[in-house]
Design a protein around this ligand. Structure first.
Ligand SMILES: [Zn+2]
Length: 473
C-alpha cells in the first residue's frame, strides 16, 4: 500500500542512522571476498586519489557549492507540480550538456501539485497572540473566516484513541510529540489529521518534527484517510506548541482561530536520467541520485539541492577526467519526492522489466554535510564488497559502513525490493534543524563538505561501476 510504504520508508532512514557499524565482520569478509577481489578493490587507490585531488584541490574545487548556489539562488524553492520546478529541470539538463554529457533523457511523471495560500493562526484565549503556522502538504482550506475552536493536546495516538468522544469532538487537536528520532515522531505529522478527524476534531496541528527550533515551523507531507473527513492541518513551532501545552496543562482554556487556503491538482513533471555510458557493459547501471523538487519554503538547498548536485557532479567529474567505467553511471534527478516519492515510483513502473540491470543504486537525501561513509542495503557479500571499497576512504574519514535493511528515501523503493544500494551516511546531526523550513538555504551548506561529498560520491560510483564482478543480489 502506498501509504504504508511511505511510512516505512521514513523508518528505514532512522534504522540506518542508528544501526551499528559493520567492521566486526572483517574476518568473514576476507573469506567471502578472497584475496584476488580484495587486491582488485585496493588497486583503485590511484583512481580514488586522482578524483579526490581533482575535487579537493584541483579544477573542481568549490564547483559543487558554486553551482548549487547559482541554482538555488536562481530558482529558490521548487515544489512538485510548479513551473519553477520544470524550469529548474531544464536548467540542469542544459548545465549537463555544457559539460559534454549528451546521453540525457527525461521521463514524464504525473505529480501532485499542492499550493499553499494564505495561512494565519491566532490564539484568542487566554491571550491574543500570533502563532506562525505552516500548512502540511495536501491540507484542505478552512472557510474564509477560519475555524475557531478550543484546543486539546495529545502526545501520542494511543491517548487520543482512548480519549472520550466529547473531549475531542469539535476541537482542534494539537499533537506535541517530543522529537526522539524522525521515524518515531513523523507519524504524528503524516497521520495526525486523519486520526484526529476520526475522533471528530475540526482541525489538527502538530509540534514541528524537529529537535531544535528558533520559532520556525517545519512543514511536510501528510495523508488523509478516505473514510473520514479531511480537516485542515498545519505545523507550529516547538516554542508555540510548548506554550500551548503549558497553558493546557494548567487547565487554561486555549482557543485558536485557524485560517488556511490552498489548491490541489495534478501536473506533469519529469525524472531526469543522465548517463555516462559504460565501456564494456553499458546496459548495467550504477545509479547516483537526489531529488530536484523541494518544499515551498526556504531554498531547498539542503533538501535536496546538495544530494542533487553531488549526483550531478559524479558523471561530470568522471567525464572531465576521462574515467569511463565498465558499467554505465546514471545520475537520476527524481521529481516529486516530497509528496510521496512519486518520481521514484514512476521510474520503478516504467523500468519494471529491466530492474535487474541496476547493479547498485545510490541516493543522497539526508544532507550533504561531511561524508562519513555509506548506509548499505544488500546481502553479506554486497556489504563486504562495499566495506572494502570504503576502506579506500579512510584518509577523508568516510569509511564507515552502516548496515540498513532499505537505505534511502526514493531508492528505498528499490533497496526494499532486494536491489543493492546505499545512501550517503554523513555528519548530519543538524539536518532536522533546517528540514522543511524557511531555514533550508545555502547558509546550511559548506563548500569544503560539499567537495568531500562530491569526491566521495563520484569515486565510490566509479569503483563499483568498474569492478570486474557485479554487486550480488
Ligand atoms: Zn529530501
Amino acid at each position: 500500500m502506498f501509504f504504508l510504504r511511505i511510512v516505512s520508508v521514513t523508518l528505514f532512514i532512522i534504522v540506518a542512522s542508528e544501526a551499528k557499524a559493520l567492521n566486526k565482520n572483517s574476518n568473514t569478509c576476507s573469506e567471502i571476498l578472497g584475496n584476488e577481489l580484495i587486491e582488485e578493490i585496493r588497486s583503485y587507490e590511484n583512481v580514488k586519489n586522482q578524483i579526490l585531488e581533482y575535487v579537493l584541490n584541483g579544477d573542481f574545487k568549490r564547483k559543487t557549492y558554486d553551482e548549487l548556489a547559482k541554482f538555488v539562488d536562481k530558482f529558490g524553492a521548487r515544489p512538485s507540480g510548479t513551473e519553477v520546478l520544470e524550469k529548474s529541470i531544464d536548467y540542469m539538463i542544459e548545465l549537463s550538456r555544457e559539460e559534454g554529457l549528451n546521453d540525457i533523457i527525461t521521463e514524464d511523471v504525473v505529480v501532485p501539485h499542492w499550493e499553499r495560500g494564505e495561512e494565519r493562526l491566532t490564539m484568542l484565549e487566554p491571550r491574543i497572540k500570533n502563532i506562525e503556522i505552516l500548512g502540511l502538504g495536501r491540507s484542505v482550506s478552512t472557510p474564509p473566516e477560519g475555524i475557531t475552536a478550543e484546543v486539546v493536546v495529545f502526545n501520542n495516538f494511543d491517548i487520543l484513541e482512548e480519549a472520550a468522544e466529547d473531549l475531542v469532538k469539535g476541537k482542534i487537536v494539537l499533537y506535541d510529540p517530543i522529537f526522539t528520532t524522525y521515524g518515531e515522531t513523523v507519524k504524528m505529522r503524516t497521520q495526525g489529521a486523519a486520526k484526529a478527524a476520526a475522533k471528530g476534531a475540526v482541525a489538527s496541528l502538530v509540534r514541528s518534527i524537529a529537535p531544535f527550533s528558533i520559532n520556525t515551523p517545519h512543514t511536510g507531507s501528510q495523508y488523509y484517510s478516505d473514510d473520514v473527513e479531511k480537516i485542515p492541518t498545519g505545523a507550529i513551532s516547538l516554542e508555540d506548541a510548548d506554550l500551548i501545552r503549558r497553558m493546557y496543562d494548567r487547565g487554561e482554556k486555549v482557543i485558536l482561530n485557524i485560517q488556511m487556503s490552498s489548491t490541489y491538482d495534478t501536473q506533469m513533471s519529469r525524472n531526469t536520467l543522465i548517463d555516462l555510458k559504460g565501456s564494456e557493459d553499458p546496459e548495467k547501471l550504477v545509479i547516483v541520485s537526489g531529488h530536484i523538487d523541494s518544499w515551498d519554503v526556504g531554498q531547498g538547498a539542503m533538501d535536496d539541492g546538495g544530494g542533487l548536485f553531488i549526483s550531478w557532479a559524479a558523471p561530470v567529474i568522471l567525464k572531465r577526467l576521462n574515467l569511463i567505467p565498465r558499467r554505465t553511471v546514471r545520475a537520476i534527478f527524481w521529481t516529486a519526492e516530497e509528496l510521496g516519492l512519486v518520481g521514484a515510483y514512476a521510474y520503478e513502473e516504467a523500468h519494471k522489466d529491466e530492474l535487474d540491470k541496476i547493479n547498485f543504486i545510490m541516493e543522497s537525501d539526508e544532507g550533504t554535510f561531511a561524508p562519513l561513509g555509506l548506509a548499505v542495503g544488500g546481502n553479506e557479500k554486497t556489504r563486504c564488497i562495499v566495506g572494502e571499497v570504503l576502506k579506500l576512504f579512510e584518509s577523508i574519514n568516510a569509511s564507515t559502513l552502516v548496515e540498513s535493511d532499505s537505505p534511502g528515501s526514493d531508492i528505498a523503493i528499490f533497496t526494499g525490493n532486494g536491489i543493492p544500494g546505499a545512501s550517503l551516511h554523513n555528519d548530519n546531526e543538524k539536518y532536522f534543524w533546517f528540514h522543511h523550513t524557511e531555514g533550508d538555504t545555502m547558509n546550511v551548506e559548506d563548500p569544503d563538505e560539499l567537495d568531500l561529498g562530491a569526491a566521495f560520491w563520484t569515486a565510490v560510483a566509479y569503483i563499483i561501476a568498474d569492478l570486474s564482478i557485479d554487486i550480488p543480489r
